[in-house]
Design a protein around this ligand. Structure first.
Ligand code: GLU
Length: 323
């Protein structure tokens, strides 16, 4: 069972220098060498994509990774792919790939919260569980997966919830797709219908998609900056609410034709369609022509970037009209 492991860097591939600062410098071969049990499970092949902390990754890098995954999908000698990376934005990168990769070969993202030199490193166990997962029959056609701490999540749902704890990746509201116990992967549910598969060219990626979180007595300054942006992604309070004092800035964005893609800032739940009618409620967002996203703010931005690059914003997001 051939499995390809692609390393990009992150804590899983990091060592400490003399000053005890941690930096990614291990190769994919180093990662595999730390997990002898892999040999009995799969014919593991490795490749090094990069050796960077995840905040260094770009959309351009991810397009390159998607091309590489498509090549591996065409290769009959590859049964599954595991991508290792830093955890900081793994919930965004894996979702980007989920939106662009339409191959049947299972792809799982994983990483570690502890370096190989810290007590109780989690990288080897995450790598082993990821290989088990991509070799599991049910992993095909499930979109990009995130395997961490013996749980399997859908890339479009998973969130990094803790800055340091090994149990950081969670699927709010609905829970993981599957669990890995011993050598078994037990699937409990399947991801909801996949997002459209985007085929963006790097030359079409928008330069400026801003994010703005609605907060108590917020200023409208970020929204005013949005006049020069390709789009603004707005995490509204609760079911879709913003302070009335930012409405003139949102009206300007509408008048200037800058798309606003709204979601909720709550970790669970979605924007309401028709519950509240006060000025600044979801009704106002609809009157302002906002698109609706049921992803969190980071993933909403990823999807907005891809949809703009593909010229398919209206395809990608719902735009309810007030009734
Ligand atoms: N805690 C992060 C990691 O898991 C460090 C930075 C990064 O995301 O590369 O790798």
């Amino acid at each position: 069972m051939p499995v390809r492991i692609i390393s990009t860097g992150g804590t899983i591939a990091s060592t400490e220098d003399e000053g005890a600062d941690t930096n990614p410098d291990l190769t994919s071969d180093d990662l595999v060498a730390a997990v002898p049990a892999l040999g009995a499970l799969a014919d593991v092949e490795t490749e090094d994509f990069s050796t960077v902390p995840s905040p260094y990754l770009t959309f351009e890098d991810l397009l390159e990774l998607v091309d590489r995954l498509a090549e591996l999908d065409d290769d009959l000698n590859v049964d599954g792919v595991v991508v290792t990376q830093g955890t900081d934005n793994l919930d965004e990168t894996s979702y980007f790939v989920d939106c662009c990769y339409d191959g049947g070969t299972p792809v799982a993202f994983t990483g570690a919260m502890r370096t190989p030199s810290q007590a109780g490193p989690d990288g080897p166990a995450n790598l082993l569980a990821s290989v088990r997962t991509v070799l599991s029959d049910t992993a095909r056609e499930q979109g990009a997966l995130v395997v961490f701490n013996d749980r399997v999540h859908a890339a479009r749902e998973v969130v990094k919830t803790h800055s340091m704890n090994v149990d950081t990746f969670q699927t709010p509201e609905f829970g993981p797709l599957a669990s890995v116990d011993e050598n078994r992967v037990t699937w409990r549910r399947y991801p909801e219908s996949p997002d459209p598969t985007f085929e963006p060219l790097s030359s079409d990626l928008p330069e400026t998609v801003l994010t703005c979180v609605a907060t108590l007595d917020m200023s409208d300054s970020v929204l005013r900056l949005g006049r020069d942006a390709d789009a603004v992604c707005l995490a509204a309070m609760g079911a879709g609410h913003v302070p009335p004092k930012v409405l003139p800035a949102l009206e300007t964005l509408r008048d200037d034709g800058v798309p606003v893609v709204a979601t909720t800032r709550c970790p669970e739940g979605r924007l309401a369609r028709r519950t509240y009618g006060f000025r600044g409620s979801e009704r106002t967002l609809q009157e302002l022509g906002c698109y609706y996203s049921d992803l969190n703010l980071q993933k909403t931005r990823v999807k907005t970037v891809l949809a703009l690059a593909d010229g398919r914003l209206a395809d990608a997001f719902d735009r309810p009209t007030p009734s």
